[in-house]
Ligand binder design. Structure first.
Ligand SMILES: [Zn+2]
Length: 405
C-alpha cells in the first residue's frame, strides 16, 4: 500500500525504512480503529514523510531516485467533487416553512413555478463545467421516483458527469440489499453505477467493503466523519481496502474529507466560518499532496450555507489541483498503478501503457546523462549535487537508462 501510494519502483521499498508502529496504525485503521489524531491527515502525512528517507537511501545506494507523481501532470494535490442526491423535491408546505433559507428571488421563482429549489443537479453540472470540472452525483434508488430524475441524470452522464449510487438503508452490510438497490437504480435511470456512497455514511469495517467489492463497484467514498471535522482514518489518498486475509481488494476507497452538513448541521458555522474550515482542511491535504474529497448535497446549493459551493468552485480554479469526479479520480489511481520497474538497477521501464498525464519524477547526480526512449524529459531543477527532471512517458516502449552502481 505504501509503495503504491508513493509511486515507487515495484519491490523497492525496504522494510526497515517503514516504522513498525506506522504499519500497526494503518492496519488498525483498516479495521475501524482510527488513529489518535483525526484532526489532520496524520497517517497520510507519515506515509508521505517516508519519501525523504526513501529518496536519500536510493540516492546513496543507486545515485538516482525515481517515482511516479501522485496526480496527472504532477499536480500538487487532487480534489474529488461529489454530491449526494438525498432529495430532488419537497412538498410545498415544507418549502413555505423553511423559505427563509432561500434568496427572495429564488423563492419568488419557485412560487411562480419557474424553479425547483431542491433539484439542482443540472445547475451544478453547468457551473462546474464552466469552471472546467466534473463531479459525481450519487442517487438513492427508492427515496423518490427515479422517473423524475432520469432525464437529467442521463443528460449529465452523457456529458461526462458520474451517476453513482447513494446506498439505501441496509445496503452497507447486506449483499442482497445492495444488489437490489443497484438493480433498481439501473432500471430507473438506465445507468449502471460504478461508484457509491452510503446514506448517513453508514459503514461496517468488517462487512461494507466486502459487500461493495462483491457488487462489482470500482470505488466507495463513505469513510469519513459526519459530526466533526477531520480525517476519520487519518488518510487522504485512495487505497485498496484489505480483504479478510489482508489481500488488497480491487475496490478503491476514496476517503471522505469534508461534508457540507457537518458545517451547518453539527457545528452551526456561519458561511464565513464554513468557508474558512473548507480552506483549512483543503490546505492540510495540499500539504501532504493527497486527495481532498468533498461531499456537497445537491439540494443545498440554493440555501443559506450551501450556496458557498459557488465560491468553492472559484477557489478551486486557482489551486492547480487535479479536480474530478469519483470515477475520474478512481480511474486515474487505477491507471497510475502500471508498475514502474527497475532492471539491473539501472534500466527503468513501465510494466504497461502509461496513462495520459503520468509524470515520472527523477533525481540524479549532477553530470549524469539520462538516456530515454518514448517520452519527453523536462529539467525541473539543477542543484549543485543533483538534477531533477520530469519525464512524461508515451507508450509502452518507455525506458530510462541510468548510471546505476
Ligand atoms: Zn444521504
Amino acid at each position: 500500500m505504501i509503495e503504491g501510494s508513493l509511486g515507487l519502483v515495484r519491490g523497492s521499498l525496504k522494510e526497515e525504512l517503514v516504522p513498525k508502529e506506522l504499519v500497526a496504525e494503518l492496519c488498525a485503521a483498516m479495521r475501524g480503529n482510527p488513529p489518535s489524531d483525526q484532526g489532520s491527515p496524520s497517517l497520510e502525512s507519515r506515509v508521505q514523510g517516508l519519501l525523504a528517507e526513501v529518496e536519500r537511501d536510493s540516492l546513496d545506494s543507486q545515485g538516482y531516485f525515481v517515482r511516479k507523481a501522485m496526480w496527472p501532470g504532477a499536480a500538487p494535490f487532487a480534489v474529488c467533487l461529489t454530491h449526494d442526491v438525498d432529495n430532488i423535491e419537497r412538498p410545498p408546505e415544507h418549502v413555505e416553512r423553511v423559505k427563509d433559507r432561500f434568496s427572495p428571488s429564488d423563492y419568488a421563482r419557485w412560487r411562480r413555478g419557474e424553479l425547483s429549489l431542491y433539484d439542482n443537479v443540472e445547475e451544478i453540472a453547468r457551473r462546474e463545467g464552466r469552471a472546467g470540472f466534473r463531479s459525481s452525483f450519487y442517487y438513492m434508488s427508492a427515496e423518490y421516483p427515479l422517473a423524475r430524475a432520469r432525464a437529467a441524470a442521463r443528460r449529465i452522464s452523457r456529458k461526462g458527469w458520474e451517476v453513482g449510487l447513494h446506498g439505501d438503508f441496509g445496503t452497507h452490510d447486506s449483499y442482497p440489499r445492495m444488489r437490489e438497490a443497484v438493480e433498481r437504480l439501473e432500471r430507473g435511470l438506465g445507468i449502471r453505477p460504478r461508484g457509491l456512497r452510503e446514506h448517513y455514511l453508514r459503514f461496517d469495517y468488517a462487512r461494507s467493503w466486502g459487500v461493495m467489492e462483491r457488487a462489482g463497484f470500482d470505488y466507495d467514498s463513505t469513510v469519513g466523519n459526519n459530526d466533526r471535522l477531520g480525517f476519520k482514518l487519518g488518510l487522504a489518498a485512495p487505497f485498496h481496502p484489505p480483504d479478510p486475509r489482508w489481500r488488497p481488494m480491487r475496490l478503491l476507497e476514496l476517503p471522505l474529507s469534508l461534508m457540507d452538513t457537518t458545517l451547518w448541521g453539527y457545528l452551526k458555522r456561519g458561511e464565513e466560518g464554513g468557508f474558512a474550515d473548507f480552506l483549512r482542511l483543503m490546505g492540510m491535504v495540499r500539504d501532504v499532496g493527497g486527495l481532498f474529497t468533498l461531499l456537497w448535497h445537491q439540494e443545498a446549493v440554493r440555501m443559506r450555507g450551501g450556496r458557498i459551493y459557488w465560491d468553492i468552485l472559484d477557489e478551486l480554479r486557482g489551486t492547480g489541483a487535479f479536480v474530478g469526479s469519483g470515477a475520474e479520480v478512481a480511474g486515474w489511481w487505477r491507471a497510475r498503478e502500471v508498475p514502474l520497474e527497475a532492471r539491473g538497477g539501472k534500466l527503468i521501464t513501465l510494466g504497461g501503457a502509461p496513462p495520459e498525464g503520468l509524470v515520472v519524477q527523477l533525481k540524479v547526480e549532477a553530470g549524469v546523462r539520462v538516456r530515454r526512449a518514448a517520452g519527453s524529459l523536462r529539467s525541473k531543477r539543477e542543484g549543485r549535487r543533483f538534477h531533477e527532471h520530469e519525464v512524461s512517458p508515451s507508450g509502452g516502449a518507455f525506458r530510462l537508462e541510468l548510471p546505476g552502481r
